[in-house]
Design a protein around this ligand. Structure first.
Ligand SMILES: [Zn+2]
Length: 330
């Protein structure tokens, strides 16, 4: 059975939640930059992976990357929503001079850059020296770019959220990242947006506007359900409201739906904070001590760590027709 939040938890006063999560110690009020205060004292940090542009095929279109980035960045700016964009250096290179130009937009105001590795590597297949190489080579564009505005790159997010498939490797990885001055970026809400985007890209290639709209609707419906599901999961496991961290990819589908997506969070009572503000919550002070070959969201890792029984089968899957349509070749 799904666990629903109690009316009390939904109505939890803003100040109580902020005190609990330690936000009151921040010099800048958390919501100073936000358009409207959240209804239920909930906050979410928006993050995008695979910057500058998560393309599906082997060739990357600079025009598609420019159009998507323009839309995502302007929507975030207009709504005054902080966000962190995690970059793969090989995707920057693939776009030529356009790559660094697009990233410059993520190095100002409420937007921030993060490291996602040189390539979209799977840490399960690399030893620690190989992982370190990915980290360092991943800084080639973003480190000097951030430094040019007196900024740093505080967060690294692992591709696939694979952060150590054995306990020994997990601990070594933790030490490695601390020695490079990184915090590992968490993720608490996943919508399999890459899968919906594959279907969307196929409909786009076929110029099938009706199908594109159908995919958009299915994606947004699924996202609405997942926002609720993961919020309830985290509350069940941790016994309180924790800042959520939304995992998105810089792709065509999210560019087309970003305004509605942000609206879904507002409707669910969320305000927006930066990743640094979200991860200032004590829940994120240490990585969940859970070694896994897979990349589950943090709620599942916290559940395993605390031995809270969760039936992951209750989580809604994307509709079957999405993956069927995405994988059709004709
Ligand atoms: Zn990625």
């Amino acid at each position: 059975m799904k666990v629903r939040p109690t009316a009390r938890s939904l109505r939890q006063p803003l100040l109580t939640t902020l005190t609990l999560v330690g936000f009151v110690s921040l010099a800048v009020p958390v919501y100073a930059e936000g358009p409207t205060p959240p209804k239920a004292g909930r906050v979410v940090a928006i993050t995008f992976d695979d910057l500058p542009y998560a393309s599906d095929g082997s060739t990357v279109s600079p025009d598609a990357a420019i159009a998507a980035q323009r839309h995502i960045v302007s929507a975030l700016r207009r709504a005054r929503v902080p966000a962190t964009g995690f970059v793969n250096e090989d995707k920057v290179k693939a776009l030529g001079p356009v790559g660094p130009r697009l990233l410059a937009d993520w190095n100002k105001g409420l937007l921030a850059l993060g490291n996602h590795g040189y390539s979209h590597f799977d840490s399960n297949n690399l030893d620690v020296a190989g992982i370190e190489k990915e980290v360092v080579k991943g800084e080639a564009t973003i480190r000097p770019l951030a430094a040019s505005r007196d900024r740093s790159i505080p967060f690294f997010r692992f591709p696939y959220n694979h952060v150590g498939d054995t306990e020994a490797k997990r601990l070594t990885i933790e030490k490695l990242f601390a020695s490079h001055g990184y915090k590992l970026a968490a993720s608490t809400i996943d919508t399999s947006d890459y899968l919906f985007n594959s279907a969307y890209e196929r409909a786009f290639a076929k110029r099938n506007r009706t199908m594109m709209q159908r995919v958009e609707r299915a994606y947004l419906d699924h996202t609405r359900v997942q926002i609720t599901y993961y919020g309830e999961l985290d509350r069940k496991v941790l016994g309180r409201e924790v800042p959520a961290i939304m995992l998105l990819h810089a792709n065509r589908l999210n560019a087309a739906t970003i305004e509605t997506l942000l609206g879904l969070f507002r409707l669910a009572g969320y305000g927006f904070v930066s990743l640094a503000q979200a991860q200032a919550d004590p829940a994120y002070s240490a990585m969940p001590a859970v070694a896994t070959k897979l990349g589950p969201m943090w709620g599942y890792r916290w559940a395993r760590e605390r031995q809270v029984k969760i039936d992951g089968r209750l989580e809604q899957e994307p509709p079957a027709w999405i993956s069927e349509y995405a994988s059709q070749t004709s």
